[in-house]
Design a protein around this ligand. Structure first.
Ligand code: PLP
Length: 349
């Protein structure tokens, strides 16, 4: 089945990236599959990663953890980064999910609910989630993981990386029996000191580069393509789309393609966005509409039913993101549920 807008997920490329990160860091990769694996589909992604050897996953929310547990069965360890929020403890325990406890109230809620296995997040300077070092609790039974998160991992030259790493290494010594995890995707590329016992990449598994640029060690995983719904000639002087967003100075051939902002083509793509079509990059013209976008295909041999690539092997996710004034993470997680996900590559378990 094809649909006007389709997200194709190459599970073999996902597996390549998983093993590339293992090789690079020399430690186990604990994939982050929050936000539906950044829009790619948490269940097929996690299933394939289990086949590749992944045994521990991270999600952000309780409901993400519940869905993953149901789909994956009892084997994998699943951490919930939000921690023990509100009255979540019984649900977490019932599904054998491990909260990453972020502050004292979460810790006492988890303990008074009789919670056992859990993680602890230490804030080493990002000031987002986690215990400040001065108030980090002493180790306790059931504490399996101690982690922290880098604020600037996408910028290897930023001195804060090293400061956070040293702070984490020092505080981690207080928890000799817990697994230590520090690096997200960017952190995997900062050097061997950053690996600790296990890394937690998200975006690099899904083909985004660690510094917001394509990286030759990683393969593109996600391809967003759109079908050409109509081809027309726009005579010089006429306009295209809402608000006369583009006015033709010469005769142009326009392909109207079936992907719009209700599919996740952000409106900020207008003006600077490009798609790959018939061997070249072509500009988007005028406004992005809810369901369609106009592409200048002047001089190309394009017919209805052809497909254009918004990002994928020919148009890097990171380049598409910067053209839209955003980052790969937001581009992927903006792809809406109406876009069917297709999976290619070896079958998952
Ligand atoms: C989202 C997240 C990650 C993964 O980050 P990437 O930059 O996508 O690799 C790792 N750790 C924490 C705490 C996160 O919130």
């Amino acid at each position: 089945m094809t649909a006007p807008a389709t997200l194709t997920v190459d599970l073999d490329a996902l597996s390549h990236n998983f093993h590339a990160l293992e090789t690079l860091t020399g430690v186990p990769v604990h994939p982050v599959v929050k936000a539906n694996a950044y829009g790619l589909g948490a269940i097929p992604v996690a299933r394939r990663l289990m086949v590749e050897g992944a045994r521990t996953f991270f999600v952000a929310r309780l409901n993400e953890g519940l869905e993953l547990r149901t789909a994956l069965g009892p084997t994998p360890v699943i951490y919930v980064l939000d921690g023990c929020v509100g009255d979540a403890a019984p649900s977490l325990r019932g599904a054998d999910l491990r909260p990453v406890l972020n502050h004292e109230a979460q810790l006492s809620a988890w303990r008074s609910a009789g919670g056992a296995a859990c993680g602890l997040q230490i804030d080493t300077g990002m000031n987002r989630l986690g215990f400040r070092i001065e108030v980090a609790p002493a180790g306790f039974a059931g504490l399996e993981l101690v982690m922290s998160h880098l604020a600037c991992a996408d910028d290897p030259a930023e001195p804060m990386n090293q400061r956070q790493r040293e702070a984490f290494a020092a505080v981690a010594e207080r928890y000799p029996t817990a697994l230590k995890s520090f690096a997200n995707s960017g952190g995997c590329f900062l050097g061997p000191d950053y690996g600790f016992d296990a890394v937690r990449p998200g975006i690099c598994l899904y083909g985004g580069g660690p510094e917001g640029r394509p990286d030759a060690r990683l393969r593109p995983v996600a391809t967003l393509s759109a079908e050409v719904l109509q081809v027309r000639t726009v005579p010089a002087g006429e306009s295209v789309g809402y608000s006369r967003g583009f006015v033709a100075e010469s005769d142009r051939t326009i392909a109207t393609c079936g992907a719009g902002y209700a599919d996740g083509i952000l409106r900020s793509h207008a003006g600077s966005g490009q798609v790959w079509v018939a061997g070249s990059l072509r500009p988007l013209l005028g406004r992005v509409s809810m369901d369609v976008v106009a592409v200048d295909v002047t001089g190309l041999d394009i017919t209805v039913g052809d497909r254009v690539e918004v990002f994928g092997p020919h148009r890097a996710l990171d380049d598409a993101a910067s053209a839209a004034g955003t980052i790969s993470y937001e581009l992927l997680t903006s792809i809406t549920p109406r876009v069917p996900r297709h999976y290619t590559g070896a079958a998952s378990a």
